[in-house]
Design a protein around this ligand. Structure first.
Ligand code: C2E
Ligand code: MG
Ligand code: MG
Length: 240
């Protein structure tokens, strides 16, 4: 499934994040919070990651070719960085799909950057040279290692839902969000507020200079076809 990310100034769809789902035999969709850990333990995460990249780059390439200027974000698990062929697999997905590399953004957590800086740097280098973007996901929930923000030259900073939750009513959460926004802006990163559920949160973040919003307030994660429909509706509104 794909969750839209919205430009907080213009309201236009800036991009989508690909989010894995597992359809159980009863037809229920299992949460990645359950099966990603299990897939990592069982050694299945590499092939799941590869499938998600393949499918999502293929879908995004079609949207881009149809004239929609959108960015695709894909999560990469720390375990995938043990795979010596990870760069090749990502390059293959880009090449086969025809998605321009600057439309792909890889989301990694700060912990992987802290734990395996050399492996991560080596794997990402050829991709970064092509223009693939890099986002730091869930910052503030792990080590909060500020040095990695400059060492990895992230393009995008994602503020975790746990901080957004408390805005704008909780003074402490708001102070932390303000601090993160200021820091990411000074480092000239694009900023995504995650888990925006209310109009008040969206307005607050927009006022404070957060560029992009993602959350149930805008849309839950939806199917590939639903994203196509949303993009076409947006293009029609623009044309009329
Ligand atoms: P994440 O990358 O931080 O993704 C954001 C999560 O927040 C998603 O949960 C999304 O559905 C949820 N979310 C977005 N807006 C809201 C909101 O307004 N309210 C609430 N309550 N939740 C919101 P999801 O899809 O369950 O994914 C959970 C985590 O599992 C992801 O967190 C990511 O770390 C991991 N994950 C998901 N897909 C993949 C994947 O393809 N590969 C890997 N390695 N990890 C994945
Ligand atoms: Mg993510
Ligand atoms: Mg996140």
């Amino acid at each position: 499934v794909f969750q839209p990310k919205v430009d907080l100034k213009t309201g236009r769809i800036y991009g989508v994040e690909a989010l894995a789902r597992w359809q159980t035999e009863s037809g229920r969709l299992a949460s990645p919070y359950v099966f990603i850990d299990l897939a990592e333990e069982l050694g299945l995460i590499d092939s799941i990651g590869e499938q998600i990249l393949k499918k999502s780059t293929k879908a995004a390439a079609i949207w881009v070719k149809s004239g929609h200027d959108i960015n695709l974000a894909v999560n990469v698990s720390p375990i995938q960085f043990n795979d010596p062929y990870l760069s090749q697999k990502i390059l293959k997905s880009i090449a086969e799909s025809g998605l321009p590399p600057r439309h792909l953004e890889l989301e990694i957590t700060e912990s992987v950057a802290v734990q395996k800086p050399e492996a991560v740097r080596a794997i990402l280098a050829p991709l970064r040279r092509l223009g693939v973007r890099l986002a730091v996901d869930d910052f503030g929930t792990g080590h909060s290692n500020l040095a990695i923000l400059t060492q990895f030259k992230f393009d995008t900073f994602k503020i975790d839902r746990s901080f957004i939750d408390g805005t704008p009513h909780d003074a402490q959460a708001t102070a932390i969000v303000d601090m993160m926004l200021g820091m990411a802006r000074s480092l000239e990163m694009d900023i995504v507020g995650e888990g925006i559920e209310t109009l008040q949160q969206a307005q607050y973040l927009a006022q404070r200079g957060c560029h992009i919003g993602q959350g149930y307030f805008f849309s839950k994660p939806v199917s590939v076809d639903d994203i196509g429909t949303l993009l076409n509706q947006e293009a029609q509104r623009k044309a009329s």
